[in-house]
Design a protein around this ligand. Structure first.
Ligand SMILES: *Cc1c(COP(=O)(O)O)cnc(C)c1O
Length: 507
């Protein structure tokens, strides 16, 4: 079983000692100085620092030990089971990292002349064509830096579309089901729409009657997470599309969790006008802790003209950046997007091929349903909504019964999972499930690991019924044990830099 190390590691600023160095930079030789003159003269006087920056001063080996120790206190997909629902924490093949680190990639600069970066432009262009094919859309923009950024861009495109039709004044509402991802209503509001929430039926799908009642001439569009946050594929997807289109609204598909439907069905074929995908979930690039991502969006032929600039275009021989799009919503990000992340996705798709992507979908669905079937039988856990139906990428289990009977909540279960050397699932989401544990095993874990997880959940259930107080105190074996959750999440207590930390601790 994986155990996090427990180092009493101090901040890097507290290590080392003044004057210590990790490397020595050779002095500029007299002869060179004679040729180039005083090196100080390269920097204009007013740009030169008057005092040295206060950086940590350490030897190389101190730095290496510090970060190795920190890594031993950490947990990642490469260490073990990581079922963080909706986040698709899949294994990231090392070949993708190798390619993204090639000097021919890392040493190029977005300000270089287009003619000197034809290679990366071609990669981006080809990736956008593949993503259009995968989603069944006409054109793809790679620019958004995250899923939520793609959603925001989607709302801008909806605005541009209705504005061109002279209807923006009256189309002020965006419909969002209550089983949507939390970013959906937030993006709708950011885009300036009034968010209208429609409830789910007992199958965990959009309630069609409620949807019919919600659409009107005020409807700008619908934003749908599919499969939804319960892991359920909307059974009336074509009917939903029809209802919204007939009311004059646009259809937005939150495809952040495309993993389960890769190569099986395409949002474009379901009638959707705009779709975003989360590159950093579905296409295997490492993420977490707010790390770099990409949330490209694909649109129908009719909406293509609104995509942000610059667009990468090709005449078959040369690739170039096209800014000449009068209907474009403009720029939404610097340069061409998160190129490193996109490159890894390119490598991921290239190495798996079409059959490989389809297999990803099949195994991820198999894994989610395997775990679901085992967990729903464990004492204290229940499967809410649509008992007989298959889930897609994830399943949501409720610990409501466990809480009622033992006082142990989903929160405590997730903390206890850490003690067993696994990452916790997403908890308390979706909001329509009490004491929710949202579990997404992805395709990356073998049957033995899934069985180990089920066994851990069974043990925790036993512990909750026999020694609940013990579970309430978890985690005991993790690198960091019980945190003060309230204190930890209050911005007043956050120190985002060493300087800020010193200032705060002096107060
Ligand atoms: C993760 C996720 C998002 C948001 O993506 P970010 O890259 O975190 O902004 C949106 N919708 C769904 C369904 C998601 O799972």
């Amino acid at each position: 079983m994986f155990r996090q190390a427990r180092w009493n590691e101090r901040m890097i600023f507290e290590l080392g000692r003044s004057g210590r160095r990790g490397c020595t930079i050779p002095k500029v030789k007299k002869e060179i100085q004679r040729v180039v003159g005083d090196t100080k003269a390269f920097l204009p006087e007013k740009l030169r620092r008057k005092t040295l920056p206060r950086l940590p001063e350490l030897s190389e080996v101190e730095v290496v030990r510090h970060y190795v120790r920190l890594s031993q206190m950490n947990f990642g997909v490469d260490s073990g089971f990581y079922p963080l629902g909706s986040c698709t924490m899949k294994y990231n093949p090392k070949i993708d990292e190798v390619l993204a680190k090639l000097p021919s990639i890392t040493l190029i600069h977005p300000y270089q002349d287009e003619r000197t970066v034809q290679g990366i432009l071609e990669i981006m262009y080809r990736l956008s064509r593949w993503l259009a094919e995968i989603t069944g859309t006409h054109e793809v923009s790679l620019q958004p830096a995250a899923g939520a950024h793609g959603e925001f861009l989607g709302t801008l495109i909806m605005r541009a579309y209705h504005k061109l039709n002279d209807e923006l004044g009256k189309r002020t509402e965006l419909i969002v089901p209550d089983s949507a991802h939390g970013t959906n209503p937030a993006s709708g509001a950011m885009g300036g729409f009034k968010v209208v929430v429609v409830p789910s039926d007992e199958d965990g799908c959009v309630d069609l009657e409620a949807l019919r009642a919600a659409v009107s001439e005020r409807t700008a569009g619908l934003m749908l997470t599919n499969p939804n946050t319960l892991g359920i594929f909307e059974k009336n997807i074509e009917e939903i599309a029809k209802i919204v289109h007939e009311a004059g609204g646009l259809l937005y598909y939150d495809g952040a969790n495309l993993n389960a439907i890769l190569g099986k069905v395409r949002p474009g074929d379901m009638g959707f006008d705009i779709v975003h995908m989360n590159i950093h979930k579905t296409f295997g690039t490492p993420h977490g802790g707010g790390g770099p991502g990409a949330g490209p969006i694909g649109v129908s032929e009719e909406l293509e003209k609104f995509l942000p600039v610059p667009r990468i275009v090709s005449d078959g021989k040369q690739y170039r950046l096209d800014y000449g799009k009068p209907h474009s919503v403009g720029r939404i990000r610097g340069f061409y997007g998160n190129v490193g992340v996109l490159l890894k996705a390119f490598a991921y798709i290239l190495s798996l091929g079409a059959e490989g992507l389809e297999e990803v979908a099949e195994v991820s669905v198999l894994n989610a349903n395997y775990v679901m079937k085992k967990l729903e039988k464990i004492r204290g856990f229940e499967l809410p909504y649509a008992q007989g139906r298959l889930r897609k990428h994830e399943c949501v289990i409720s610990a409501k019964k466990l809480y009622k009977e033992t006082g142990v909540r989903a929160f405590n279960v997730s903390k206890r999972i850490l003690d067993y050397g696994m990452h916790a699932p997403t908890i308390y989401f979706p909001l329509i499930v009490d004491e929710a544990l949202m579990i997404e095993p992805t395709e990356s874990f073998e049957k033995e690991e899934l069985d180990r997880f089920v066994e851990v959940m069974r043990k925790i259930s036993d512990e909750a019924y026999s020694t609940p107080d013990f579970v309430l105190e978890a985690p005991k074996n993790a690198a960091v044990t019980r945190l003060d959750e309230v204190k930890a999440s209050h911005p007043k207590n956050m120190a985002l830099s060493w300087k800020m930390y010193l200032k705060r601790s002096r107060r």
